[in-house]
Design a protein around this ligand. Structure first.
Ligand code: HEC
Length: 124
């Protein structure tokens, strides 16, 4: 796997790299936050996607998603859908820093399928 070293380096650099404009640690906090988008269901992303469950390894590549039988275009649209429907919150601005950080974390976690820094209890 020739690609692997490049991907590993990219992942290692991702949390700090301003070039990506995204903060993985902040993304993780949002992933665990049931008040994201003023959510009222008491759920956070980690409730259903514990340790990256159901997150594909190619979230940065895909444009077509199928979420519970609903076709969606792009990761941002899926994130907004899950916030509105699962967290019962309000949409994040697609171009916000929160969306950028959360999306970067989702992409990272989808590839890793495991994050030792995620707590055992789902949300916080
Ligand atoms: C109540 C459960 C639930 C919660 C909470 C939830 N989701 Fe989802 N999510 C789903 C389901 C169900 C799917 C569709 C899974 C499938 O069809 O394989 C999905 C799909 C996704 C996908 C597409 C994954 C893929 O590879 O196709 C992403 C990305 C995603 N959710 C992000 C989030 C984010 C970000 C949050 C928190 C803001 C969140 N989800 C909260 C249930 C949930």
């Amino acid at each position: 796997m020739r690609l692997f070293p490049a991907i590993a380096v990219a992942i290692l650099l991702l949390p700090q790299s301003p070039a990506f404009g995204a903060d993985l640690a902040h993304g993780r906090r949002l992933y665990l936050d049931p008040t994201l988008g003023n959510g009222t269901s008491g759920k956070c992303c980690a409730t259903c996607h514990e340790q990256g469950r159901d997150l594909g390894p190619d979230l940065d590549q895909r444009t077509d998603f199928d979420v519970m039988g609903i076709a969606m275009k792009g990761l941002t649209e899926v994130v907004i859908f899950c916030i509105e429907v699962a967290l019962r919150g309000e949409r994040l601005e697609p171009r916000s820093q929160e969306m950028a950080d959360l999306a970067a974390y989702l992409i990272w976690l989808g590839k890793e399928q495991r994050d030792p820094a995620l707590p055992a209890a789902a949300c916080r």
